[in-house]
Design a protein around this ligand. Structure first.
Ligand SMILES: *[C@@H]1O[C@H](CO)[C@@H](O)[C@H](O)[C@H]1NC(C)=O
Ligand SMILES: *[C@@H]1O[C@H](CO)[C@@H](O)[C@H](O)[C@H]1NC(C)=O
Ligand SMILES: *[C@@H]1O[C@H](CO)[C@@H](O)[C@H](O)[C@H]1NC(C)=O
Ligand SMILES: *[C@@H]1O[C@H](CO)[C@@H](O)[C@H](O)[C@H]1NC(C)=O
Ligand SMILES: *[C@@H]1O[C@H](CO)[C@@H](O)[C@H](O)[C@H]1NC(C)=O
Ligand SMILES: *[C@@H]1O[C@H](CO)[C@@H](O)[C@H](O)[C@H]1NC(C)=O
Ligand SMILES: *[C@@H]1O[C@H](CO)[C@@H](O)[C@H](O)[C@H]1NC(C)=O
Ligand SMILES: *[C@@H]1O[C@H](CO)[C@@H](O)[C@H](O)[C@H]1NC(C)=O
Length: 374
């Protein structure tokens, strides 16, 4: 009885040894505890899915870790952040892209998947986020299906390596060929854990009057989400992504009712686009521009978004952005309709050093979800 009692322990010990040898190329766990190197297991909970652009502890240590469930490291991998995220029960994942010209090459796809799995394993990460945004013409079904295959192969390979790995895909605000991105959105939802709907850059192709408009209009955002739903996507596979940044447009002319005509800058076959303006972060808007605005914050009833004008050297600029009031309405789309969660591009657009109150307001506006699904 005594020996048998110890037997399982011995087996576990020998097994750990084998695992150690098989993964011998892995560097040893850099976190304070071995547990912090483990992949996050909860796969049912609601998501607060965030993108981190600055490899700066000063920035990421001030995220609201009582809310964050997944952090995507954009342009960097930091093991200290991985440990930090895991300590707070959040996933840390890789961002990835793939050259469009290679989508139809199965050999290239397989090689890429293996390479990225290794990167994830080597760095104790929890998965991968696809941020492929190239146009795929409607008649290029070969490229469209190549992309689906790439995501599918990633999904199959990753889940086989560890069923808790997360594979997600960033998608346009609407699935109907926005920016000529004719992807197979429904199948992408089948072969991933969920889609992150980028409910922003909604002025990337302006079909009507060439004037400045909302980056993430409430009704456009709602209709975009609804099209994913109508298409057949499972609500649990949709995360609503919102902007923590806005656009500043130089007005070519401005009407009395504040319509700001902008320069015609074409984008993917449409003559007028938000490329006439440029992106600016929330803290800059709040700390540097709004206090000097000529109009003060104006609530636009057609898009449920704030905007204001700013005059510099006789040139009028119009700023369209989002703040806790406009964001709360969009977060409510997710909460009310039972989507998988929300997220934002990007977490570093608010800065506690520049605008502490504003930064706190933005984090506070995010929904509060139960931390564990159980
Ligand atoms: C696919 O890519 C591999 C290596 O990149 C190359 O050798 C091969 O010729 C390509 N196949 C096709 C069909 O283009
Ligand atoms: C894409 O194809 C080109 C040309 O065959 C090749 O040189 C390159 O390595 C491929 N890239 C990937 C990521 O497969
Ligand atoms: C796709 O359509 C474009 C014109 O819209 C045409 O030039 C091209 O040859 C077509 N490609 C395929 C693969 O049918
Ligand atoms: C994904 O890959 C699996 C395994 O190869 C296959 O059975 C399945 O049909 C694929 N799904 C899609 C949507 O392509
Ligand atoms: C787009 O711009 C081109 C070139 O300036 C012009 O010929 C065309 O009429 C414009 N199209 C629309 C829909 O305004
Ligand atoms: C926000 O924008 C301002 C002005 O462009 C820039 O100086 C600052 O570095 C930006 N902050 C972040 C966190 O991107
Ligand atoms: C106003 O314009 C001046 C000169 O064109 C420029 O240096 C300055 O940065 C501008 N101010 C803002 C807040 O954009
Ligand atoms: C959330 O959306 C629903 C449906 O549109 C609406 O009835 C409800 O009042 C909204 N709640 C908030 C807090 O905005």
């Amino acid at each position: 009885m005594g020996r048998e009692f110890f037997c399982p322990v011995t087996i576990v010990f020998v097994f750990s040894l084998i695992v150690f040898i098989v993964n011998g190329t892995k560097t040893s766990c850099p976190c304070a505890t071995e547990q912090q190197c483990e992949v996050i297991k909860d796969d049912k909970r609601k998501e607060i899915f965030i993108f981190s652009l600055e490899n700066s502890k000063d920035k990421w240590s001030r995220y609201d870790w009582s809310k964050v469930t997944t952090v995507v490291m954009v342009g960097y991998i930091n093991l200290e952040l991985m440990c930090f995220a895991h300590k707070h029960g959040a996933r840390a994942v890789l961002i990835a892209n793939f050259p469009k010209a290679n989508l139809t090459n199965a050999t290239d796809r397989s090689k890429w998947v293996k390479k990225n799995l290794q990167t994830v394993q080597k760095n104790y990460l929890d998965g991968i986020n696809f941020d492929f945004e190239d146009f795929i013409e409607e008649n290029r079904t070969d490229q469209r299906d190549g992309y689906t295959s790439l995501v599918n192969e990633t999904f199959q390979t990753f889940k086989q390596a560890n069923k808790n790995y997360q594979v997600t895909v960033d998608v346009a605000w609407s699935p109907v060929g926005v920016d000529s991105r004719f992807y197979d959105y429904l199948k992408l939802s089948y072969v991933s854990d969920f889609l992150f709907i980028m409910s922003y850059d909604e002025q990337s192709q302006i079909y009507g009057e060439c004037v400045a408009g909302a980056n993430s209009g409430f009704y456009k955002t709602l209709s975009g989400f609804y099209k994913y739903y109508e298409m057949g996507a499972d609500l649990n596979k949709l995360v609503l992504g919102v902007p923590w940044y806005g656009y500043i447009y130089q007005c070519v002319s401005i009407t009395k009712d504040n319509k700001c005509a902008i320069k015609h800058v074409p984008f993917r076959g449409v003559n007028c686009s938000d490329a006439a303006g440029h992106e600016i972060n929330y803290s800059y808007i709040m700390a540097s521009l709004l206090p000097k605005s000529s109009t003060g914050r104006i609530w636009d009833r057609e898009t449920l978004s704030p905007r204001f004008n700013f005059v510099n050297n006789t040139i009028t600029y119009q700023i369209w952005y989002d703040d806790p009031e406009s964001l709360a309405l969009k977060y409510n789309i997710s909460t009310y309709h039972g989507l998988r969660g929300v997220g934002m591009w990007n977490a570093d657009a608010v800065d506690f050093a520049i605008d502490p109150q504003g930064a706190k307001g933005m984090w506070d506006a995010l929904p509060v979800y139960p931390r564990n699904s159980s």
